[in-house]
Design a binder for this molecule. Structure first.
Ligand SMILES: C[S@@+](CC[C@H](N)C(=O)[O-])C[C@H]1O[C@@H](n2cnc3c(N)ncnc32)[C@H](O)[C@@H]1O
Length: 274
């Protein structure tokens, strides 16, 4: 597992500067408009509620665009990620944008030991996050440990049914990868990334894992969390299946042909009982 993490970290470290420079992450907008928030956070505003004055932690914050967005909504934010290059971009963004956010380098499974237990009112994560976790149960334990009683988890994530599809087919939906949690990682060898960039990458291999929706919910229930929201969406914030998707008016991506066939993503909220 350590080998998988080392390999994934090298992959993310190399991509972080290219992501920060890409139009998709809209860094220029953050700098020129102090009220700008990311499309990802904007999409879920009706489900997020008021976070002003709350202590929040963003697990797998990458280059910090969603973390800074939550700070702009008034939360006191901490971002955690294991990629130093991602955190360097995140710190640069927060400083230049004038938002006070703490960024901490750590492995997700170590988050409670590093950040402290029962320290946060909410945990925010998602959009390509839990697929890097080999097991969902210890991840759920991390979430529950970080939260104060009464605190809540907010996650919007790619749907496990969508993750099970082969993204390199010409418009066909081909179920290629496991839907249910599996021992051996899915090994991907990809010289590109999910944003527009001319950069060619040397670290091309990554290891990921899928977790079924029922497994995610069950893991959260097993650690004592209560499910308060589960909404499946027919769109996702990145071009998850190239050649089969088109842009939506909400700046998301959706299957061009009969999108109702596929749950693309979901938003889930769960609360730790007070
Ligand atoms: C797709 S990004 C997260 C997406 C984020 N929502 C965004 O688009 O900005 C995935 C992040 O997870 C981080 N990551 C992957 N595995 C991790 C782990 N085991 N512990 C901590 N961070 C991890 C990577 O460094 C990367 O920054």
């Amino acid at each position: 597992m350590d080998d998988s993490f080392a390999l994934n970290r090298a992959n993310w470290d190399e991509r972080a500067p290219a992501h920060a420079a890409s139009p998709g992450y809209a860094i220029e907008r953050f700098l020129s408009d102090p009220t700008f928030i990311s499309d990802v956070v904007r999409f879920d505003l009706p489900r997020l509620g008021d976070v002003a004055g709350l202590d929040g932690v963003h697990l797998q914050c990458h280059i910090g665009t969603d973390t800074v967005s939550l700070a702009r909504l008034g939360a006191r934010m901490t971002g955690l990620d294991f990629s130093p290059a991602s955190l360097a971009e995140a710190r640069r963004l927060a400083a230049a944008a004038g938002n006070d956010v703490e960024f901490v380098q750590a492995q997700v499974y170590d988050a409670p030991a590093v950040l402290g237990r029962e320290r946060f009112d909410f945990v925010f994560t998602g959009i390509g996050a839990i697929c890097w976790m080999p097991k969902i149960r210890p991840w759920a334990e991390v979430v529950a440990e970080l939260l104060r009683p009464g605190g809540w988890l907010f996650i919007r994530e790619g749907h496990p049914m969508m993750w099970s599809l082969d993204e390199r087919t010409d418009g066909l939906l081909v179920v290629e990868y496991p839907y249910f949690e599996h021992e051996e990682p899915i090994v991907d060898d990809d010289g590109g990334t999910y944003v527009e960039t001319d950069v060619s990458f040397e670290h091309t291999v990554s290891h990921s894992w899928n977790h079924g929706l029922g497994e995610i919910v069950t893991a959260l229930l097993d650690v004592g969390m209560q499910l308060t929201m589960l909404v499946e969406h027919d769109s996702v914030p990145w071009e998850a299946i190239p050649k089969a998707m088109e842009r939506t008016t909400e700046k998301e991506w959706r299957l061009a042909d009969r999108p109702g066939r596929l749950p693309h993503s979901y938003t889930l909220r769960a609360v730790k009982p007070a």
